[in-house]
Design a protein around this ligand. Structure first.
Ligand code: SF4
Length: 425
């Protein structure tokens, strides 16, 4: 038995409300169970109950045993004077509020709907990939769909907090924040950090001054990435190195450490060198990309900005500097473009919409996700296997949020899917 379980029982009224009585046999009628509060203070606020024909409005506190009230020192805390109902699984001791009065106490033990506790334990003690692995596929799609819509907004809002911090760091410039964010995205998970450090080491205002010169743009990026070393020189790399030495001095630049870049176990298509070349092509297209993207209404047209990126012809037969390869497709693939739209474009548009309080922009971010195919990763694959379809990117993003922030933390009691499973006979 846990307090969370009692809170769940109270919140979803999973007990017989007929002949409900306090420990002193006063009739209790619940008008509203209130709002669950996970932070400090009483467990529920805005509770309305009628006790012995008197309507009470205030807070409710939940405990396994009524003596927990004293263990938690609520009797010494004025914040608990407004507790209008003390909800306990078992009443073992009368307790007092700080003002010397006794809170009305409801002992739930004998009212709880039979079977609920067993289903709760079965769910919480399950050691599968996620606790409801065996049941989730049977839950009505309407519950899952509604819950996942909430998960998607929760994920976007969480990501917005990080973006707001980044914009602050960039002294309020959303274009600069976008530049850093999209650089991270070009690095995928493996090289996100060095890509971010590269962008931070090279303000896009410097790149902007050279945006008419593909050679200088690549020289700045590869030089700052620390990837122009002496051993791998061919004609093109020598040219880049020469340009970089000049520009490095001109702008007093300091490159990042080359050892940060990871090539191991990556498909050549994802080598950071080719990614930097693609990033360079993006920079040559525009250094105020975010402002440009905000003007575009259709997802397809935003995707076209990335589809047309053509790195320098050197990359037609190179994955790395100084090493000739065959079969190279130098342009960004569709999967990479979708990844950028999901993880940078939609997130930045949502954050900006939230920042300027524009619901249309927030809606547009969700539209982008709804119009892109689901991501394929081990989490979406597992959800598919247990009978939960991933649909489009809005849904795969929501499932990632559900897994990370709810299933892994066993927050099943407060998840709509968990509530449905525990409540169903
Ligand atoms: S949090 Fe919800 S979806 Fe996740 S395991 Fe628990 S009940 Fe299932």
């Amino acid at each position: 038995m846990t307090e969370d379980f009692i809170c769940f029982i109270w919140k979803f009224r999973q007990f017989s409300q007929k002949d409900l009585k306090t420990i002193y046999s006063e009739p209790v009628e619940i008008i509203t169970p209130g709002i669950y509060n996970k932070d400090a203070g009483p467990d529920f606020s805005d509770v309305k109950v009628r006790i012995n024909n008197t309507l009470w409005a205030g807070n409710a506190e939940v405990h396994i045993q009524s003596s927990d009230w004293e263990r938690h020192k609520h009797g010494q805390d004025e914040a608990y004077n407004n507790v209008v109902l003390h909800i306990v699984y078992e009443h073992d001791k009368s307790v007092l509020r700080n003002d010397g009065t006794e809170p009305p106490t409801l002992e739930l033990k004998s009212y709880i709907i039979p079977g609920i506790e067993k289903r709760y334990h079965m769910l919480m003690e399950n050691l599968s990939w996620i606790p409801c692995e065996k049941q989730m596929g049977q839950v009505d799609e309407i519950y899952i769909g509604n819950w996942l819509s909430r998960m998607l907004i929760e994920r976007l809002e969480e990501k917005s907090s990080g973006i707001f911090a980044l914009v602050k760091e960039c002294k309020g410039s959303w274009d600069d924040a976008f530049y850093i964010q999209i650089a991270r995205n070009f690095g995928l998970k493996v090289n996100a950090l060095p890509f971010e450090l590269l962008a931070r080491s090279l303000p896009q205002q410097i790149l902007g001054k050279h945006k008419n010169s593909p050679l200088q743009t690549e020289a700045l990026l590869f030089g700052q990435a620390g990837l122009l070393n002496e051993e791998q020189q061919d004609v093109y790399t020598s040219l880049l190195t020469k340009e970089y030495h000049f520009l490095k001095k001109k702008y007093s630049l300091k490159p990042i450490d080359s050892y940060l870049w990871k090539f191991l176990r990556l498909r050549p298509q994802n080598f950071p060198t080719l990614r930097i070349a693609q990033f360079s092509a993006l920079i040559l297209k525009s250094t105020r990309l975010f402002s440009q993207i905000l003007e575009i209404k259709e997802t397809k047209k935003i995707a076209d900005l990335f589809k047309g990126l053509r790195p320098n012809p050197y990359w037609d037969n190179h994955y790395r500097l100084g090493k000739v390869s065959t079969g190279v497709s130098p342009q960004l693939g569709q999967e990479a473009i979708n990844n950028i739209l999901i993880n940078t474009v939609a997130v930045m548009i949502f954050s900006y919409g939230k920042y300027i309080d524009d619901e249309n922009l927030m809606r547009r971010a969700v539209d982008i996700l709804e119009n892109l195919p689901s991501e394929t990763n081990h989490i979406t694959k597992r959800f598919n296997e247990i009978g939960v379809a991933c649909g489009n990117a809005d849904r795969s993003q929501a499932l990632l949020q559900l897994k990370k922030s709810w299933c892994d933390k066993k927050n099943c009691l407060f998840c709509a899917v968990g509530a449905k499973i525990i409540n169903s006979d």
